[in-house]
Design a protein around this ligand. Structure first.
Ligand SMILES: [Zn+2]
Length: 370
């Protein structure tokens, strides 16, 4: 008899999800079957479901109906015949980054550059992504999902399923910090530090040993809560105040500027905030954009050249980097206990999506526990 599971599926863009019964998937040779314990709901999911096809027609959704859900955690229930490093019972995070495994980029280990790169249960980056959606049609908003063995992160016993369901945005910040070379001795400015993306970036900057973490944001109460995480190492600044962020940052760094800027501003943020942060970099500094400032931004390229400055984008993170992040939690150098979990049943997925508007910046963590 076919075993059935519950899954939340969207049948039409912008329509509420429907809870349906579907067969539990069969595990294929290089995949594992994960019994989902928690799936993170990122603030942007509502946009992806309702607005993505209008805003970013170049970033396609999976063919509908589809099971969404980006950041799943759970327990391995079965492994394929060619899976040797994982066992039933292992607690895992499933990195939703999918890639083909066969192209030149994948074979050289640079899987983020794969032309098939796709966010499982979320959206893709080209028309090639439908191939990945066909291979992996299960996002995290269901009871059982298949996942390639390459996507897994082993969770230590001191890392909860709910906290690990935050790994997507945490990992996006972590990869940006690594790209900017942040480590002991670094000064780093996080633009938008109190949001979902910025707070996670700050937690991992602390763990990587950054000497000074400067953060900007709009909400003074949230900024103070961020500063309280490490009052000796974190300084905060309200955007839109009399002093611009570059003057403020240079005032805290002997007039030199910061080593790195991670831009984690949310949708609708003015480009002036990004440009102020750029002006707060020291000579030879690096700015990595992972935020949502969109469209044309006027940048003086001569200034970048004269000051030997790098400005780059960064997308997501690898399973290997996710393992480093889990290891840092296991070792106690990163503390994720600041998150306030808001748990919802799968049947209440539409309520959860509506409720995420009322969050305490990055401190709130919305998860579905099927
Ligand atoms: Zn590839």
């Amino acid at each position: 008899m076919t075993r059935l599971m519950r899954a939340a599926r969207m049948h039409d863009v912008g329509q509420p999800m429907v809870i349906e019964e579907l067969p539990v998937p069969e595990v294929r040779p290089t995949d594992v079957l994960v019994k989902v314990a928690a799936c993170g709901i990122v603030p942007n999911l509502g946009n992806v479901l309702a607005n993505w096809t209008k805003w970013f027609p170049n970033l396609p959704l999976p063919k509908l109906p589809a099971i969404f859900g980006l950041d799943a955690t759970g327990v391995i229930e079965a492994v394929g015949s060619q899976v040797h490093a994982w066992n039933p019972g292992d607690r895992v995070y499933v990195n939703p980054a999918r890639y083909c495994g066969g192209c030149r980029a994948c074979r050289s280990g640079n899987t983020t550059s794969c032309p098939y790169f796709t966010f499982n249960g979320y959206f893709g980056f080209s028309e090639r992504s439908q191939k990945m959606f066909d291979d992996y049609p299960y996002g995290g908003l269901c009871e059982y999902m298949t996942a390639p063995q390459y996507s897994l992160v082993k969770l230590p016993s001191n890392l909860s399923f709910e906290s690990a369901a935050r790994f997507g945005y945490l990992g996006t910040g972590y990869r940006a910090l690594r790209r900017a070379g942040v480590g002991p001795g670094s000064t780093v400015l996080i633009n938008g530090i109190s949001g979902t993306l910025g707070l996670g970036t700050a937690l991992y900057a602390l763990g990587l040993g950054a000497r000074k973490i400067l953060g900007t944001g709009r909400n003074l109460d949230l900024l103070q809560r961020v500063k309280n995480l490490a009052p000796d190492r974190i300084e905060v600044h309200q955007l839109g105040s009399d002093m611009t962020a570059d003057v403020w940052a240079k005032g805290l760094t002997d007039g030199l500027g910061v080593d790195a800027v991670i831009d984690a501003l949310g949708p609708g943020a003015p480009q002036s905030s990004m440009l102020e942060a750029l002006a707060g970099l020291r000579r030879g500094g690096q700015q990595v954009n992972i935020g949502a400032v969109a469209g044309d931004v006027p940048i003086d390229l001569h200034y970048l050249m004269d000051n030997d400055i790098q400005l780059t984008g960064s997308v997501w993170f690898t399973a290997g980097q996710g393992q480093e992040m889990a290891d840092m939690v296991e070792a106690g150098v990163v503390d994720l206990s600041v998150f306030e979990h808001h748990r919802y049943r799968l049947a209440d997925i539409n309520v959860a999506l509506a409720g995420i508007e009322n969050r305490d910046g990055g401190f709130s963590n919305f998860v579905i526990c099927p």
